[in-house]
Design a protein around this ligand. Structure first.
Ligand SMILES: C[S@@+](CC[C@H](N)C(=O)[O-])C[C@H]1O[C@@H](n2cnc3c(N)ncnc32)[C@H](O)[C@@H]1O
Length: 271
């Protein structure tokens, strides 16, 4: 007689790449039933990853985490790297693409079981909406998980600048499009991250895992001035080895202490 897998397993099997990422991120972020901070997603579209992370928190009984979603709810903005005409290398990144209204988003995620009382949505294009006043208004103490899924260099610059003061040692940053643009280090999210790290020598990223076709997750370490000197000295003596997410080190095999999860190799579009 065949058995129906429990709901948690079904979650992991549907939309597998993002669900596995959410599971691994939540295992990392929870601290004995508590989270290191809140969940912030930049680029929510129709709520696929938002739902995956909410469900992962539920599976792990992480009840203190609030869920923030930031989006224009009008799709991608028009920017120098996202012109109205199609970019031949990334045809999905066209101004106006991925448009989903706030109302539709609420409807979809509520239908999928997200408790809207734990959710705060911030509509607007990031260059306008992500202000210091907003940070005060939202009163986010710290970011446990930052999920950046906004595809574009310019959008990622705005996001990284906004979240800087919310990061703590142990925070996770997921870049859903790390390997988009043929993994070019000077385009898209990689370019934004490289420039941001250059401006913030106090922040170090260690690669934790890759997911889907293009995503990568990093663990944040906040460095003391002395530690920054040590890192700079090491980078010099090692000829720059270790500048992976620039000044992130590829490390950390998959956490398997709670049981093995498969390494994600599922191909799919960069959404
Ligand atoms: C690929 S979709 C996100 C997919 C979503 N995480 C999911 O799981 O389905 C990209 C989203 O980023 C948003 N976005 C990109 N740049 C933005 C910006 N500068 N300001 C506001 N929203 C932006 C778009 O509106 C779109 O919803």
């Amino acid at each position: 007689m065949s058995q129906i897998p429990p709901a948690g397993i079904l979650d992991l099997m549907s939309n597998r790449g993002v669900n596995v990422a959410a599971e691994l991120a939540m295992r990392w972020c929870k601290r004995g039933g508590k989270s290191l901070g809140d969940y912030l997603e930049f680029g929510t579209y129709r709520g696929s990853s938002f739902t995956a992370f909410f469900r992962a928190a539920q599976r792990h009984d992480v009840t203190d985490m609030r869920f923030y979603g930031f989006d224009s709810f009008e799709g991608l903005p028009e920017t120098p790297t996202c012109p109205p005409d199609e970019d031949p290398t990334e045809t999905a990144f066209v101004a106006g693409n991925y448009s989903c209204s706030e109302e539709e988003f609420r409807h979809i995620v509520a239908f999928r079981g997200v408790d809207l009382s734990r959710v705060t949505l911030v509509p607007g294009f990031f260059d306008q909406s992500l202000t210091e006043e907003l940070k005060v208004d939202l009163a986010i103490a710290s970011a446990g998980i930052v999920n950046i899924d906004c595809d574009l260099y310019e959008s990622t610059v705005d996001v990284l600048n906004f979240v800087t003061s919310l990061l703590r040692s142990g925070s996770l940053i997921l870049f859903d499009d790390w390997l988009s643009y043929d993994a070019h280090p000077l385009r898209g999210e990689q370019r934004a991250c490289r420039e941001w790290l250059d401006e913030h020598p106090e922040i170090h990223l260690t690669e934790y895992f890759k997911y889907t076709r293009t995503g990568a997750a990093f663990i944040v370490s906040m460095l003391t001035p002395y530690e920054q000197q040590v890192m700079q000295r090491d980078a010099g003596t090692r000829g720059g080895v270790g500048r992976d997410a620039d000044r992130s080190r590829t490390a950390a095999p998959m956490d398997s202490e709670d049981g093995d999860l498969p390494a994600e190799t599922e191909p799919g579009p960069p959404v």
